[in-house]
Design a protein around this ligand. Structure first.
Ligand SMILES: [Zn+2]
Length: 335
C-alpha cells in the first residue's frame, strides 16, 4: 500500500514537472531565436553600410555609348568631383563634394539598382551625377594648371577616403546643386512625394558673389505663349488685364510655389522647366512687348549648394561644418 502511494505521488509530480520543463525549454528556444535574428539583422546592416571593400569597384554606365565600365570607386570619384565642381574652389568645399558624391553613389547602389540594368550609376548629370575621364578633363584644363588641378581633386577624394554622410545610421540621398540663391529647398516642393528629414530649408551667405546667383531670361510675348502652348494647348492669356501674371504663393525657400498665368495655374518648377529658367526663384515683369524673368540661384535648390560650400570654406568652415549646414541632423561616418 505504501509503495502504491509512492507511485501516485511520483505520477502527480511528473504531471506537473514535465510541462514546466518543456515550457522553459520552448521559451529559451524562442529567446535564442530572437537573439539570433537580431544578430543576423545587425550583421546584414553592417554589411550593407560599412563594408568599403564591397564598393571597391562600381559599374559605371556611359550614357552616350551605353557601355558599362567597371572602375575603382575612388577613381570614379576623381572623375565626378572634377566634373561637378571647379578645381579652383576651396579644398574644404572639394572635400565636401567628394563626400557628397561618395554618399550619393552608395545610396544609388543600395536604392536604385533596377534603374540601369547591369550598372550601378550613369554619367549623365540629369539622371545620376556627372563624370569625366582623366584624359577629357586634362584636355579641357589649361596645360599649365592641369596637373595641380588634378592633384587637388585627388587630394579631396583621398583625404576623405571611405567617409559618407549618414542619417540614423544609413547613407543619405545627398542631393546637391549649383547655387541656392540664398536658401535651399525641400524635396516636396521640387518633386512632390515625401520630404526627407535631413533635407530642410537652410540659409547660406555669400552666394551672391558667384555668377550662378543672378540671371535673366527675356522672351517676346509670342515666344512666351508658344512655349507654354507646347505643353498646354488650351492656354490663353490677355495681356491687357493687369493681373494676367500673378505669383500666388512662395515656398519657405523663397521660390515660386504657385503662379497664375492667363487662364492657368502652374508650379514654379513647371515654369522653370517650360521657359528654361535656372531656378524657380524668380520675379516676372512685363516690359512692352517682352516678358522678363529675373532669376536667383541655379539648380533645383535641394541639399548642398556648391557655391554655398565654397563660400562657407572661404569664410573658414571645414568640410564637416559645410556638410552639417546643408544636411540637417546628419553624421559623417567611415565606411
Ligand atoms: Zn543614371
Amino acid at each position: 500500500m505504501k509503495k502504491f502511494l509512492c507511485y501516485i505521488i511520483l505520477f502527480v509530480l511528473l504531471c506537473f514537472a514535465i510541462p514546466i520543463l518543456f515550457t522553459n525549454k520552448q521559451e529559451k528556444q524562442e529567446v535564442a531565436k530572437i537573439v539570433k535574428n537580431n544578430e543576423s539583422q545587425n550583421e546584414k546592416e553592417e554589411h550593407i553600410n560599412y563594408d568599403y571593400k564591397q564598393y571597391n569597384t562600381i559599374k559605371l554606365l556611359h550614357a552616350k555609348t551605353m557601355q558599362v565600365e567597371e572602375i575603382p570607386l575612388d577613381e570614379y570619384l576623381y572623375g565626378v568631383v572634377s566634373s561637378e565642381m571647379p578645381a579652383s574652389f576651396e579644398i574644404e568645399a572639394l572635400k565636401a563634394q567628394a563626400i557628397v558624391a561618395r554618399t550619393y553613389t552608395i545610396y544609388k547602389i543600395q536604392n536604385n539598382n533596377e534603374k540601369h540594368e547591369g550598372a550601378d550609376i550613369c554619367d549623365d548629370s540629369n539622371c545620376c551625377q556627372a563624370w569625366i575621364s582623366k584624359e577629357d578633363r586634362f584636355a579641357r584644363w589649361e596645360e599649365v594648371s592641369a596637373q595641380s588641378n588634378w592633384n587637388k581633386i585627388v587630394d579631396a577624394v583621398d583625404s576623405t577616403k571611405g567617409k559618407i554622410i549618414t542619417y540614423e545610421g544609413k547613407p543619405i540621398n545627398s542631393f546637391f546643386h549649383s547655387n541656392s540663391g540664398g536658401k535651399t529647398e525641400t524635396t516636396i516642393n521640387v518633386w512632390g512625394g515625401d520630404n526627407y528629414p535631413y533635407l530642410q530649408t537652410v540659409s547660406t551667405s555669400g552666394e551672391q558673389a558667384y555668377t550662378q546667383y543672378q540671371s535673366e531670361v527675356t522672351l517676346t510675348k509670342q515666344t512666351f505663349i508658344d512655349k507654354i502652348k507646347e505643353k498646354h494647348a488650351d492656354f490663353e492669356i490677355d495681356f491687357s488685364s493687369s493681373n494676367c501674371i500673378q505669383i500666388l504663393e512662395y515656398t519657405d525657400g523663397d521660390r515660386v510655389k504657385k503662379i497664375k498665368i492667363g487662364n492657368m495655374e502652374f508650379s514654379g518648377v513647371e515654369v522653370r522647366s517650360m521657359l528654361g529658367l535656372k531656378s524657380a526663384n524668380f520675379i516676372v515683369t512685363i516690359e512692352g512687348d517682352n516678358i522678363k524673368f529675373s532669376v536667383k540661384g541655379y539648380g533645383h535648390g535641394v541639399g548642398m549648394s556648391q557655391t554655398g560650400a565654397d563660400s562657407m570654406a572661404k569664410q573658414g568652415s571645414n568640410y564637416e561644418e559645410i556638410i552639417k549646414h546643408f544636411y540637417t541632423g546628419v553624421e559623417i561616418a567611415d565606411l
